[in-house]
Write a protein that binds this ligand. Structure first.
Ligand code: ZN
Length: 199
C-alpha cells in the first residue's frame, strides 16, 4: 500500500509550495549572477525532501549541457546530493520537488532511489512551455508513471514558472538553451523581485 494518500494534505502542499518558491529564487540568482563557462543548461532547480516534506535532503540544478554528462538534470543532481549525506532517509521514501515537469529519466531515478510510491511535485508543465510559444526541452515525461505526481498550482508559483521558462529559447537542432537575462530581470521586477544582473 502506498505510503502517501492520493490526496496530499494542505499542510504538505504548503511545504511543497514553500520549497518551490525557494527553488525559483535559487534558479533566478544562479541565472543572473552565477558562473557562465560554457553552453547554457535548461534552467531547472530541484530538491529532495523527506516524506513529510519537512527536511530538505538534497538540492540540485541542471548542469548537463555544461558538464556534457547527459544525466545532469536538476532532479538527478538533487538525488545524488541527498544520497551523499542522507542516504539513510531515502529508504523511507520521499518527495522530489522540481520547477519543471520531470522527464522520464528523473521519474525513473526517483522510483529507483526513493521508491515507486514517492511523490514528484512540480510547477510548470512541459505542455505549458509549448503553449507559451517556447521550445520545449526535448525529454518528455511519460504517462505510465512509477511515482505519484503532484501539480502545484499556486498562482505566484505559476507566474514564476512562466517568467523563468518564458525567458528561455532553445535551438531545436543543437539543443543549446539561451536565457534572455534582460527580459528575465524586467519580468521579475514587474512582480516586485529585484536581482542584480551579472555583466
Ligand atoms: Zn530529467
Amino acid at each position: 500500500m502506498s505510503k502517501f494518500s492520493r490526496e496530499i494534505t494542505q499542510t504538505l502542499e504548503k511545504k511543497l509550495e514553500d520549497t518551490a518558491h525557494d527553488l525559483f529564487d535559487v534558479m533566478f540568482l544562479h541565472l543572473l549572477t552565477g558562473p557562465k563557462d560554457g553552453p547554457e543548461d535548461y534552467p531547472v532547480a530541484a530538491a529532495v525532501l523527506d516524506r513529510t516534506g519537512s527536511i530538505v535532503l538534497g538540492e540540485g540544478i541542471a548542469d548537463d549541457a555544461r558538464t556534457q554528462t547527459l544525466t545532469g538534470h536538476a532532479e538527478a543532481n538533487a538525488i545524488i546530493d541527498a544520497c551523499l549525506d542522507h542516504s539513510e532517509h531515502l529508504t523511507d521514501g520521499g518527495i522530489v520537488v522540481s520547477t519543471l515537469e520531470s522527464c522520464s529519466m528523473c521519474m525513473g531515478n526517483t522510483a529507483n532511489r526513493l521508491g515507486t510510491d514517492s511523490l514528484i511535485a512540480f510547477v510548470t508543465s512541459r505542455r505549458e512551455i509549448e503553449e507559451m510559444g517556447h521550445v520545449n526541452p526535448r525529454s518528455s515525461s511519460y504517462r505510465d508513471r512509477p511515482v505519484q505526481e503532484v501539480r502545484l498550482k499556486n498562482p505566484e508559483l505559476q507566474q514564476k514558472g512562466k517568467i523563468l521558462y518564458g525567458s528561455v529559447t532553445r535551438d531545436p537542432d543543437t539543443g543549446i538553451s539561451v536565457v534572455n537575462r534582460e527580459l528575465l530581470v524586467k519580468e521579475l521586477e514587474n512582480i516586485g523581485l529585484k536581482y542584480q544582473i551579472r555583466h
